[in-house]
Design a protein around this ligand. Structure first.
Ligand SMILES: *Cc1c(COP(=O)(O)O)cnc(C)c1O
Length: 498
């Protein structure tokens, strides 16, 4: 059973990479994982000579063994060539003493583009072997996944996409990006609930066999564009290696030296990709998990108890307003020695009781590799202003969460270089960024006025796709109750795919 993906909750539930991408999530509710990953040793030294595209081919080929070399190369090219505003894809930018891995140079100005430019390519390739099938992508978004998935999947043949975002729970720009989306196969809908409600609703549908059977007779399969899909997660491993290469190239470190990565975290997808990189030989000392006021991961990594029964806070880093971090399940799978029965058990505790606790040993093991902290909106506003005043560098509010936690950690560890993953363009959250710097009241200004003001004070320019939103017609205005997700999906699947 080599080269197979298997469910975190059932060792016997296996399939090939292509199948795992088409399915998105395992039928038992578990996430697909690759048992052999810790036996893969990527050619680190050789990779130091590669550009982003070549590196992406190496990483993807290692984890997608049933894709041919030509298929992988084609996917990488179509995903990234001329789609990002730099051939570097994810440039490493040094400002003052700080190293920012800028992940927001793609079409929708957030790091989600790295995974979601690739996922549709992988999905289309996998679907070539299933000529009779159509796929409806169901996506829950805290703001950024939705737009990036829509851009990636719009007008892809035999694929439809439905996005649910929390009603009044995303930034104005994020909402406009989605509500102005073009494409014949797209559906977008605000849902009265938070991101966790949307994600739970979507996950329940993946586990609802009778709902799926309604559409199976018409050859429609449901799949996911969230980071529970390996096709979204695997491309994110690449930029960890790319950052490392840049540090070596600039003589900040020697080849083989360990570094830290600080990651603003919500669903635990981004940081998990880094951990996967480490399993395949990337020299990492610590991963720093940065949360906002929704600090369930901070509690978990410090006390060993995951407890989602707590108030949900709307913060000014909305893409991280999450209480159930799906991909933590994958980390626990590897950390527990690939114990699927154990994962099944704690995940059902989370569902039934709203919490679980891991053993002292397991906690200690995780703490050797992960440090967790959190930052309030006030702390973030303060560092956005400080960093701008000192170095004229603009951070978005999510990156500011990471920055605050990183600075706290650095009080204890002066030894290792730390790379901060910068997850969104500051222009995506112009209002909060501008207000943090100037203390002006932005509530009376419209988003595009604020964008121009931010350009004015910073001598930077807003990404063109964000500026263009002002002139685009709003095409999607549906708002539903959370109980009505299925009805919405039924209607849209019929409309778009049948
Ligand atoms: C999605 C998102 C995050 C959180 O990433 P996860 O992979 O969900 O942990 C952080 N910042 C921004 C800007 C995002 O869009």
């Amino acid at each position: 059973m080599e080269n197979m993906y298997r469910s975190t909750r059932d060792k016997k539930n296996t399939c090939k990479a292509k199948e795992a991408i088409v399915q998105g999530i395992a039928s038992d509710g578990g996430l697909y994982v690759y048992d052999e990953i810790d036996r893969i040793e990527l050619p680190l030294e050789k990779m130091m000579e590669m550009d982003y595209f070549q590196m992406a081919e190496v990483v993807l080929q290692a984890l997608l063994p049933d894709f041919t070399k030509e298929e992988v190369k084609g996917c990488v090219d179509r995903a990234y060539r001329n789609k990002f505003d730099t051939e570097e894809i994810t440039p490493l930018y040094k400002s003052g003493e700080d190293q920012y891995l800028e992940l927001f140079h793609g079409p929708t100005s957030a790091f989600k583009d790295v995974g979601l430019s690739m996922l549709p390519q992988l999905m289309s390739t996998a679907l070539k072997e299933k000529q009779d099938k159509k796929v409806m992508i169901l996506t829950a978004t805290s703001g950024d996944t939705g737009k990036a998935a829509l851009e990636g999947f719009k007008d892809v043949e035999r694929v439809g996409i439905t996005v649910f975002y929390p009603y009044q729970g995303v930034s104005k720009i994020q909402q406009l990006q989605m509500s102005t989306q073009r494409g014949n196969n797209v559906s977008i809908c605000a849902m009265k609930g938070n991101f966790d409600d949307a994600q739970t609703g979507v996950k329940n549908i993946f586990n609802d066999t009778s709902f799926q059977e309604e559409f199976a007779k018409d050859d429609v399969i449901f799949s996911s564009a969230n980071s529970i899909n390996i096709g979204r997660l695997i491309p994110q491993i690449v930029y960890y290696f790319y950052a490392y290469k840049k540090l070596v190239e600039r003589k900040e470190i020697k080849l083989g030296e360990e570094v830290n990565f600080c990651v603003p975290t919500g669903n635990f997808g981004n940081i998990l990709a880094g951990y996967y990189g480490k399993l395949m030989g990337l020299p990492v000392h610590k991963f720093i998990v940065a949360s906002n006021a929704n600090n369930v991961l901070y509690d978990f990594f410090n006390k060993g108890v995951y407890d989602r029964r707590r108030p949900f806070h709307k913060t000014f880093s909305p893409s991280m307003d999450i209480l159930v971090s799906s991909n933590l399940e994958r980390l626990l799978y590897y950390m527990s020695g690939k114990d699927a029965d154990y994962i099944k058990d704690i995940m059902s505790q989370l569902k039934e009781d709203g919490q679980y606790q891991v053993s002292k040993d397991l906690l200690a093991k995780m703490q050797t590799m992960f440090y967790a902290g959190y930052a309030s909106d006030e702390a973030c506003a303060k560092v956005i202003k400080e960093k701008f005043t000192k170095d004229q560098y603009l951070m978005d509010p999510h990156t500011a969460v990471g920055y605050t936690v990183m600075k706290n950690y650095q009080k204890e560890d002066h030894e290792h270089i730390c790379v901060l993953l910068s997850t969104a363009s500051p222009y995506k959250f112009s209002g909060n960024v501008y207000a943090s710097i100037t203390n002006e009241d932005v509530n009376t200004m419209d988003e595009f006025t604020i964008m121009k003001k931010l350009e004015g004070i910073s001598a930077t320019t807003a990404p063109a796709p964000l500026k263009e939103l002002e002139a685009l017609p709003v095409l999607h205005q549906d708002v539903i109750e959370k109980e009505d997700m299925k009805t919405f999906i039924r209607k849209k699947t019929k409309e778009k795919l049948l």
